[in-house]
Write a protein of this length. Structure first.
Lengths: 296, 365
């Protein structure tokens, strides 16, 4: 059986788990190609117009797997932390796909509550039972997958650069080099090092978030806010770049909260959507780099 | 202390009765209007959704009239509405107003004790006894239910009325007269009179009007200003409309949600298409579309503010429902830039389409 895993959204964070789990079960796992123009175009064609860029790109990935796989995994990630969500669109992702792309093969759409090992195992049991009836095999694959995931570190922490910036935003905007037009490489070329939120410990993020009147209920918003606010206070970097997809509801809130908190600290928002021109993005990044250069 | 709260459809009648009954000083913001949305858009983050902007406009217009305590409604995700409180407090503070905020949040998040603490900050301002307070509160809820019922009936009966425009006239003068009352009992009396009047209206049962269900994001369908008074417009066309999501539905839904008995009909109807809550009222939107078809409606109009996350999910699903059931559904997206002419054209075209489907205008036989 061929299991297709689309290389979009939180694939960049949780791919070791999904890959290991399904291949340990004895399925042949294929992933879509890295995001490219064709995938983007298919995504725009099939997705609902109002969706944000990462969701459209995900549609493109699923479409590219459609004719190659027997079953496609559409992770409906509801929660990765207690009392927190990712985004409403994640909760309804499978429905968006199934109703937008015609002739879909079978899909795995069980909701994922990764708030505890037991809850996550519920998902594994359901998803695994489609491939094998052997419970002990599922258990083994699940444990292996967890170990793989734990050993996986997706953060970026450049060293030996004179100027450094914090790259903030949802993981799928930061790690998908097509979506963000290779921003990390661009910055490195300009002599700027990049740090991402994974380099900050959970405790420090929690401490920053405590200052808020209301407990934020989106996991990645919480991380972005805590990271940006801590790193600007400690002056560990010279500036912050926030990569935000156009019409992202979560970013519209977090960006505002960060702006309120960091005051005059150099901060640039890069909006990306399917129409973003690379030249314009280059100009903005260069201007920001110049500004940092002069102010230090 | 002068309390104010944002507008949501006709809830201001109940709010007025509540504060009148408790004898608490309050300032009602002017009904949502063009300058409210202009003020709101000026100070709000650009990409935030429309309800945020109109609410900020409401607050500031009320503050200009002397309000110093703001009640902010809240929730705890996953839709953006839950973050409104935090952002609106920051925003108003930054504008330099000296205000007290009372954030009414869901007890699941802040704890029932904290919620009562916050409500206490309002109710201690009243000199009434505990029993009287409860009476006033139940009157206010009664008023909300009554006005929702009257509005719903007037909008649905429009298609059947003998004298054109009668329902609209009754509805408008009902709201006008109710607003003149200065205590809850009086208001209930007025509402009941109008309810009677509406019941006695002359109807032409032989008519077969176009019937449209209004579905979508709760704020934009309840607050008439945000949807450019779509229901009034449809009334003028002689179209019967119905919306399930009303303030009284919301209260009932909230009260029943801890035991998971809330809106079972809507949830069941939509199960086939969306079996899991996606935040906001995305799931309800799907269920209502299916219900509208089952209940013999001719079509549905989905309304949501630009960028609304849960409704984008439902917008992706609605075409399937429409195709499966041969049921026309139109999505209208509103924001502060919505132009009325283009909006009206779309509504008219949709009503035309439904009319033609009814009389089979395209067939030659």
């Amino acid at each position: 059986m061929i299991v297709g895993i689309p290389k979009g959204l939180l694939y960049y964070k949780y791919n070791p788990f999904l890959q290991t789990f399904f291949s340990e079960l004895g399925a042949e796992v294929i992933t879509s190609e890295d995001t490219n123009k064709k995938i983007l175009n298919e995504g725009i064609k099939y997705s609902v117009d109002e969706a944000c860029l990462p969701i459209k790109v995900f549609h493109g990935h699923v479409f590219s797997l459609r004719d190659k796989s027997d079953i496609i995994v559409i992770p409906r990630i509801m929660q990765v932390k207690k009392r927190e969500y990712i985004c409403p669109k994640f909760c309804g992702l499978p429905e968006m796909i199934i109703n937008s792309i015609p002739d879909m093969p079978k899909t795995i759409t069980e909701p994922i509550y990764a708030i505890s090992k037991r809850k996550l195992y519920n998902w594994a049991e359901n998803a695994g039972s489609i491939i094998t009836k052997d419970k002990s095999k599922i258990k083994k694959a699940f444990n292996r997958a967890l170990i793989e995931q734990k050993g996986y570190d997706s953060g970026i922490k450049d060293e030996n650069y004179r100027l450094n910036i914090a790259l903030v935003g949802h993981p799928y905007n930061i790690y998908d080099d097509f979506i963000n037009m290779n921003i990390v490489k661009k910055l490195n070329k300009l002599g700027i090092g990049v740090i991402t939120e994974e380099c900050l410990s959970e405790d420090l993020i929690n401490k920053e978030v405590d200052d808020l009147y209301k407990r934020p209920f989106w996991t990645f918003a919480r991380n972005s806010y805590g990271f940006a606010s801590h790193i600007s206070k400690e002056k560990q970097v010279n500036g912050i770049i926030y990569i935000s997809s156009f019409a992202c509801g979560i970013d519209s809130v977090v960006v505002e909260l960060i702006k309120d908190k960091i005051d005059e600290f150099p901060f640039m928002i890069l909006k990306i959507d399917e129409h973003t021109g690379e030249a314009g993005l280059d100009t903005r990044v260069e201007a920001f780099a110049d500004m940092l250069e002069r102010s230090c | 202390m002068k309390i104010t709260a944002p507008h949501l459809g006709n809830v201001y009648l109940a709010a007025k009765a509540l504060f009148d009954g408790l004898e608490i000083d309050y300032i009602m913001p002017p009904l949502s209007n063009k300058s409210a949305i202009e003020i709101g858009s000026l100070y709000s983050p650009e990409e935030i959704c429309l309800p945020f902007k109109i609410m900020v406009g409401n607050y500031i217009q009320a503050i200009e009239k002397g309000a110093d305590t703001v009640i902010i409604p809240g929730s705890c995700g996953p839709c953006r509405f839950g973050e409104y409180g935090e952002m609106q407090m920051n925003l108003l503070n930054k504008l330099g107003y000296d205000l007290e905020f009372i954030l009414i949040d869901s007890p699941g998040d802040i704890g029932i004790k904290e919620l009562f603490n916050r409500i206490d900050r309002i109710s201690t301002k009243s000199n009434k006894s505990g029993r009287q307070k409860i009476k006033v509160l139940s009157d206010a809820i009664k008023i909300m239910n009554l006005i929702d019922k009257i509005e719903g009936e007037a909008r649905y009966l429009t298609g059947y009325e003998e004298e054109k425009g009668k329902c609209k006239k009754i509805l408008n003068s009902c709201i006008r007269e109710a607003l003149k009352c200065n205590n809850p009992q009086e208001m209930i009396q007025v509402l009941k009179e109008y309810e009677m009047e509406l019941n006695n209206i002359k109807l032409d049962k032989s008519k077969n009007p176009v019937k449209i269900a209004i579905i979508g994001e709760i704020y934009t369908i309840i607050e008439p200003f945000s949807n450019l008074y779509i229901e009034d417009k449809l009334m003028d066309y002689g179209v019967s409309t119905q919306k399930k999501l009303t303030p009284s539905w919301w209260v009932k839904n909230m009260a029943l949600s801890p035991v998971k008995l809330n809106s079972l009909d809507i949830k069941n109807a939509g199960k086939e298409y969306l079996s899991i809550g996606v935040g906001g009222h995305g799931r309800e939107c799907i269920g209502e579309a299916v219900l509208a078809h089952e209940n013999g409606f001719d079509g549905a109009i989905q309304i949501f503010p630009m960028g609304c996350m849960p409704e984008i999910v439902s917008k992706a699903i609605l075409p399937t429902i429409s195709k499966d059931r041969d049921f026309p559904i139109m999505s209208l997206i509103v924001d502060e830039m919505t132009g009325e002419a283009g909006y009206v054209t779309r509504i008219e075209a949709f009503v035309d389409l439904l009319e033609r489907r009814k009389v089979d205008a395209l067939s030659w036989s």
